[in-house]
Structures are given as structure tokens and as C-alpha cells.
Design a protein. Structure first.
Lengths: 338, 438
């Protein structure tokens, strides 16, 4: 008896889940707010400022989606998630999308039943060492002590790399990036390894950043991607094409400043289709035709968002590298708006 | 005989000498130092070594603490100020506290509504006064304490006034049902019926009534979402609620555990042992993760409410064991004495047993309180921005990335103030209640 009630509740719950998940777009519109999962704090990617306003590279994508769907880049509830709560928060419907520097992997995509909608930052695991160590390549690191965050993919990548090159290392397990900075500066380890963007951000905080170098080897692929729940393709399309719109906007030179003017019509039909002066792409998504224009006008195109949050003019000073447009030797390649 | 003798021994004095001051080297600061610090060559060496160590530590800490960086806008500016002052690069970067202390206190609570949490916590002091300092305030104030549990959430979360009023109405309904039924039938039936009636009201009826009343008379203050709670406000809210609810729950559980009614007893034992057998962080994960998966999507079961319930249950299990310790310490004669006076179970508990048992358990109870208050920092693991969670978020601002000690120092100082005052209060209470068998 008890068991059947329990299963009954589960069935009802999962049916309801299916019903609710079928219309995230409608849910968001009805609610008037986008619930966007972000990290509890990662330099350049998401952080609240002194007034509690969230800023950062991942945050900008949330705002762009909110602007596309709801017309206002501020109609976002930012839900801080930790590495442990992020996937359940998404699966349970507490958040509509997750933009939390999450690496797109096979098992997360397939086994955890999520849908990654595209890559917004191509990262990779790198090494930072003090200059005085005289090391120029990661292959010289035989016998080094390495600060590494436990329970991450970086830990596994590190083991793979050292084994493949037949050299030894001594891990110094640490829990958080802040702890790693202290340990590394105190000399508890010779090398600090984590995502290259994190290394750059960490090095920027040092008193003498010039005393430390990032080694040229990048030993893993970490495509950071926003994701949504499986089984709601309409909503996935909205997020995916908002990201693509930001990327295409950079490719075609649409900026925050000129989007309004260009939307009146231009010679390039692709631009017209993106900005909605030609065709009915917005309606196909279940939005209006100005959706992409609004998304671009919140924080600018992909390049502007990059420069404002993590680009070379910021303290983090990341170069575009892999995250340049395909026309400039990078990997950003948006499918055509047609 | 004696007279001649007195004359012959000239060195025997027959008058009293006037009393003299003790030698300056054995009184006052010098005397104290001689007696305690320099009472032998070994102690003298130890004293000098200790002075050197303390002086070194103090010099290091104070030269770090007193650093002219209050107005800096970023870690870089701090370093510029420090290196311009020629003090190499040591020194705290207090700019981060200047910029973020309000955020560390209130989280993301709307700035124009800060008066509400402040008022709530001031009134908390007023409401606690009749409980904590019963002999110093008018006893009518206890009525305010009774209303306060409904005022507190209303001030913090805002919204319609009818919500807390209908919660209050549940208790009133329960009371009248109990009163009506217990006179006709037995007390037990009265209690059960009252609980059922109150639950029926809270879970089924009150929602409609609140909506209806709100559409007729929309009185209320601006609502604030739980997501905006953060910083010390969040810690104190969770701590206060858990502390206030866990004491009565703990008493009930402790009594239940000693009860002769088998079902009651085993339910209490099972609950206590289960909750004490799992770490708090597990319960928090259940609150944040599992409940979310089991509840149908769309149900908004507030995350802070879930955390509050879990922390309260956790604290009450520990509280029950602390109070059981107090009950066990009472001599059996006290129970028998109460029986011999003809008191029934509840009268005996209220008048004889509990006052003594609670008095014995005060240090344990306050320890549990302090522990619960500090455990609230665990909520940062499930993504709530308590002070520790916020310190991480603040470091994620590229201006302050790399600031560690200043933030943790500030948070530690705040926690120390709260915990230390709790511990001092418990000592005051012990002294006050000491009826003395010594």
C-alpha cells in the first residue's frame, strides 16, 4: 500500500515534470523572469558587485537570453549554484538554464540528460610556474609538486598527461582556488594547474605577475557551454540561437551601438535576417522578430562581451586565442541564420 | 622579680612599633611582577622569552592591521598605497571591507528596506528580554514575545499582513478546539483534535482565506524574495529560528524519549538517533537537492524555509540529548517528591522537574546554540550566500581577487562577537540561578 502510494506520487511528479518541461519558454514568459544558474563566484565569469548586481561573461549570456525572450536584460533571477548543486538545480526545474562554466562532456550530455546548446568559451587546462624555476615546458616538470583541485576533471587530466609523458609528480590536493593561490604563493607547490582562464585570473591578482609564467602546453579540452534540460528542444533552440546570434553579430560587425541603426535595413541579407528586418526567424523560435537585436543590445556582441569581462583590457587579460572568430583563426563558427 | 628582670634585659622592647608600609618591592605592580614573573631564574628567563614572542606576534599583527588602505578601490590600489608608504608591501587591504561590509551584513536585501531586518533584530532583543532577563523587565512584555514569532518573518519577508495573522489564527483555533473538547472528553483527545484542526487550517483553508482577505483589504509591505537574503542576516535568521524552535522541540523529544508510552518513545528515539547519525551537510543536501526532485516541478518550496526546517530538526535532536542529560542528573527523589504532592505529569514537569533539569543543562544548551549558529555557514555549500559564500563571491570580483585574510578576519570577528556574548550570557544565567548546594 505504502509503496504504491509512493510510486503513484513519483509518477504524478514525473508526469508533471514532463508537462512542465515541455514548455520552459512559456513558463519563462508567464513568470516574466528567467531563472539562470550561475556560479557562486568566478572571476570574470560571474560575480555580484557591491550593489548585488551580477556581472560577468556567463552572466551576459543569461541577460541576452532574458532580453531575447522577455525584452529586458534585467529580468533575470540569478541563482548561485555550486559544483555540487548545479545539475540537480537544472534537472529539478529550479533554473531554466545553466551558464556556469560547465565543461561539455559526453556523460553530462548523454547520461545526465542535459542538452548543451553550444560553446561559449573554449578553455583548456594549463600550468603556471614561477619564472625563477627556469621551466619552459610542462615536460620539464619531472618530480614537481603540483597544486590541484580535488574531484575535478583537471585532476584526471593531470594524471593522464604525466603518465603519457612518463614523468612523475607529487600532487598537493587543495579545495578552492583561493586556497590554491595561497599555497602556490607560499611555495607549497612548484606548479599550479587549472583551466587556463583561471590561471590568468589568478596570476593577475599577484603582486608581481611578471614573476610567474603560463607554460605553453594546454593538456585538455574544456569547452565551456551553457546547458538546458533534455526534452525541451524549443527552449534549447532559444538559448542556442541567442548564443549564435551574439557570435554572428561579431562576425558581421553588429555591435551594441549600431544594432538599432542596422536593424532598419542593410545591404547584407544575413544581417537583416538576424536583426529581423527580413524573414520571420523570430516567429519560428516562438519570439518576435526583434529578439536578436534585443539580445545584442544588452551587452553587445560576443566580442564586446568578451572584451568587457575577460578581454585584454581587463585585469584578467585573456587573449581571444581559440575564442576568436573562425575568420581570424579561432573556433567560433555560428551556423547561418537562414 | 619581674621588674628587676625587665630592667636588666635592656633589649626587650615594651612598646609597640608603629606599623610600617610593606617594602615597595613586594606590593603593587612591582610586587606582583616579582611574585608572578620573576620568582626565580628559570621563571625570569621564561618571562623574557614570552614577552619577546608576544611582542613579535603583536608587532606582526598590528602592523598588518593598521594599514592606511581604507579608501582603496581594489587590491591593486591597496598595493600602490602600501608601496608608496614605503612599508614594503605588508599590510591589510581594508578597502574590501569598506566597499562590501553592508553586503556582508545584509546580502542582496534591497537597500531601501534595510530598516526592516534592523527593526526585526532590535525587536528580537525586546521579545527575548522577558525570557532572558525576566527579573528586569515588566512581565506584560511576554505578550509581545508571544506575538513576535509572527512579526519576525513578516518584517523580513514582507508581503501581506494576512499571512502571519492566519498563521496566528491556526494557534487560536487549535486552542479553542482543545478547550472545547478537553472539557467534554479527555485531554489527549483534545490535544489530538486541536493539532488536526490547526493543521487543517494551515494546510488547506488558510491559503484561500488569505487570498480572499488580501483581495478585500490589501494591507502589506513590499515582499522580499528569499534569494535576496544573504550575509550575516541569513546566518542570524537561520540561527535564531533554529535556536528558538529547537529548544521546545528538544524538550518534547527528551520527554518523549523517557516516556512510558511505547510508540511515542520509539518515535522519539528513532528521530533523535537518525538525525544525530547523519551529518548536517547531508540534511542540507536533502533540503536543496532531493526535495527538489521529489516535489512536482512548479511547487515553490522556499529554499530558506527548507534549510530552516532541516537545521531546526538537526539542532533539536542534539538539544533533546542535552536535556535528557539534565533529566538524568536529577535525583529520583525529585520525581517522587512531585508525585507525593499529588501533581500530575505536566504539573510535575513544569513546576519541579524541568526548572532543575534545564538549569543543570544550561552550559550544554548554550554550547549547542553556539554550535548551531556556527553551523549555519555550511549553507554556503548549497549555494546560499551566507558570509562565507559571499566572501567567495566578493573574491570573484576582479578588483578583490586575492583578498583572503581581511574577509575571513572580518567574518571571524563578527561570529566571535555573537558567540562570545552567548557564552557570557550563559555564565550570567548560571550565576543567577545558582541556588547553591555548595
Amino acid at each position: 500500500m505504502k509503496k504504491s502510494v509512493y510510486f503513484g506520487v513519483l509518477t504524478v511528479a514525473s508526469l508533471a515534470a514532463g508537462a512542465a518541461a515541455a514548455g520552459t519558454l512559456d513558463d519563462v514568459k508567464a513568470r516574466g523572469k528567467l531563472n539562470c544558474g550561475v556560479t557562486t563566484g568566478l572571476v570574470g565569469f560571474a560575480a555580484p558587485d557591491a550593489n548585488g548586481v551580477w556581472e560577468g561573461f556567463d552572466v551576459a549570456l543569461c541577460r541576452a537570453v532574458a532580453a531575447a525572450v522577455l525584452g529586458d536584460g534585467n529580468s533575470v533571477e540569478f541563482v548561485p549554484t555550486t559544483g555540487k548543486t548545479r545539475f540537480t538545480a537544472l534537472a529539478s526545474g529550479e533554473i531554466d538554464m545553466l551558464a556556469r562554466n560547465t565543461t561539455w562532456t559526453f556523460s553530462r550530455d548523454v547520461d545526465l540528460k542535459f542538452e548543451f546548446v553550444g560553446v561559449n568559451y573554449y578553455d583548456g587546462q594549463g600550468f603556471m610556474v614561477p619564472k625563477e624555476l627556469g621551466v619552459t615546458s610542462a615536460k620539464d616538470l619531472d618530480g614537481a609538486t603540483v597544486c590541484i583541485q580535488t574531484g575535478t576533471t583537471t585532476e584526471l587530466n593531470l594524471a593522464d598527461f604525466f603518465r603519457a609523458n612518463n614523468i612523475s609528480y607529487e600532487p598537493v590536493p587543495i579545495e578552492t582556488n583561493a586556497e590554491a593561490q595561497q599555497q602556490y604563493l607560499a611555495g607549497a607547490c612548484d606548479v599550479y594547474t587549472t583551466d587556463a582562464s583561471g590561471l590568468a585570473a589568478t596570476r593577475a591578482t599577484f603582486e608581481k605577475p611578471g614573476d610567474h609564467i603560463l607554460l605553453p602546453e594546454i593538456i585538455s579540452k574544456e569547452p565551456l557551454a551553457p546547458l538546458v534540460r533534455h526534452g525541451d528542444s524549443e527552449w534549447a533552440d532559444v538559448v542556442r540561437w541567442t548564443l549564435n546570434a551574439l557570435i554572428s553579430a561579431e562576425e558581421y560587425g553588429i555591435t551594441k551601438a549600431n544594432a538599432e541603426e542596422m536593424s532598419k535595413g542593410s545591404d547584407n541579407p544575413e544581417i537583416n535576417r538576424i536583426l529581423g528586418s527580413e524573414g520571420t526567424l523570430g516567429e519560428m523560435l516562438g519570439l518576435d522578430n526583434a529578439w536578436a537585436k534585443r539580445a545584442i543590445m544588452v551587452g553587445g556582441n560576443y566580442g564586446e562581451i568578451f572584451d568587457a569581462n575577460i578581454g585584454e583590457s581587463t585585469p584578467i587579460a585573456l587573449s581571444r586565442g581559440l575564442n576568436a572568430q573562425w575568420t581570424k583563426g579561432g573556433l567560433l563558427y555560428s551556423p547561418p541564420f537562414r | 622579680m619581674s621588674n628587676t628582670h625587665a630592667d636588666t634585659v635592656a633589649f626587650v622592647r615594651d612598646t609597640m612599633l608603629p606599623q610600617q608600609e610593606p617594602p615597595p618591592s613586594s606590593v603593587g605592580a612591582v610586587g606582583w611582577a616579582r611574585a608572578n614573573l620573576f620568582s626565580g631564574w628559570f621563571n625570569t628567563i621564561l618571562t623574557f622569552v614570552s614577552i619577546l614572542v608576544i611582542g613579535f606576534v603583536l608587532y606582526e599583527i598590528l602592523s598588518w592591521v593598521f594599514s592606511p588602505t581604507w579608501n582603496a578601490g581594489s587590491l591593486r590600489e591597496c598595493r600602490e598605497i602600501l608601496s608608496a608608504g614605503g612599508e614594503a608591501t605588508r599590510g591589510a587591504c581594508w578597502g574590501v571591507i569598506r566597499e562590501r561590509w553592508i553586503q556582508l551584513l545584509f546580502g542582496f536585501y534591497p537597500a531601501d528596506l534595510y530598516w526592516r531586518p534592523i527593526l526585526a533584530f532590535i525587536l528580537l532583543g525586546v521579545a527575548l528580554a522577558p525570557v532572558l532577563f525576566a527579573d528586569k523587565v515588566p512581565s506584560q512584555l511576554i505578550w509581545f514575545s508571544a506575538i513576535y514569532p509572527f512579526l519576525f518573518p513578516w518584517l523580513l519577508w514582507g508581503g501581506t499582513i494576512w499571512g502571519p495573522l492566519s498563521a496566528l489564527a491556526g494557534f487560536v483555533i487549535g486552542y479553542f478546539v482543545f478547550k472545547a473538547l478537553s472539557e467534554v472528553t479527555s485531554t489527549l483527545i483534545g490535544i489530538i483534535a486541536a493539532v488536526v484542526a490547526a493543521l487543517l487550517w494551515w494546510l488547506v483553508l488558510s491559503g484561500y482565506v488569505v487570498d480572499a482577505l488580501n483581495s478585500i483589504l490589501p494591507i502589506g509591505i513590499q515582499a522580499v524574495e528569499s534569494r535576496n537574503f544573504g550575509g550575516f542576516m541569513l546566518s542570524i535568521t537561520i540561527g535564531v529560528v533554529a535556536i528558538a524552535c529547537s529548544l521546545p522541540l528538544g524538550i518534547v523529544l527528551a520527554l518523549g524519549r523517557q516516556s512510558d508510552l511505547m510508540i511515542v518513545k520509539y518515535i522519539c528515539v528513532g528521530f533523535i538517533e537518525f538525525v544525530r547519525g547523519v551529518p548536517l551537510i547531508t540534511l542540507l543536501f536533502v533540503a536543496s537537492v532531493l526535495l527538489n526532485l521529489f516535489l512536482p516541478p512548479g511547487t515553490t518550496f522556499d529554499i530558506i524555509l527548507r534549510v530552516l526546517i532541516m537545521v531546526t530538526l538537526f539542532a533539536s535532536a542534539y538539544m533533546a540529548e542535552v536535556i535528557r542529560g539534565g533529566l538524568a542528573a536529577l535525583p529520583k527523589g525529585q520525581y517522587e517528591g512531585a508525585d507525593s504532592l499529588g501533581l500530575n505529569y505536566w504539573q510535575a514537569q513544569r513546576l519541579v522537574i524541568m526548572p532543575q533539569a534545564l538549569k543543570i543543562s544550561i552550559p550544554g544548551i548554550v554550547s549547542t546554540f553556539i554550535g548551531v549558529f556556527k553551523d549555519t555557514t555550511l549553507v554556503s555549500i548549497i549555494g546560499l550566500l551566507d558570509p562565507l559564500g559571499l566572501s567567495n563571491a566578493i573574491r570573484a570580483d576582479s578588483n578583490w581577487n586575492g583578498v583572503v585574510w581581511e574577509l575571513y578576519g572580518f567574518i571571524a570577528a563578527m561570529f566571535f562577537i555573537f558567540c562570545f556574548s552567548m557564552s557570557r550570557y550563559s555564565m550570567y544565567l548560571e550565576r543567577k540561578l545558582r541556588t547553591g548546594h555548595r
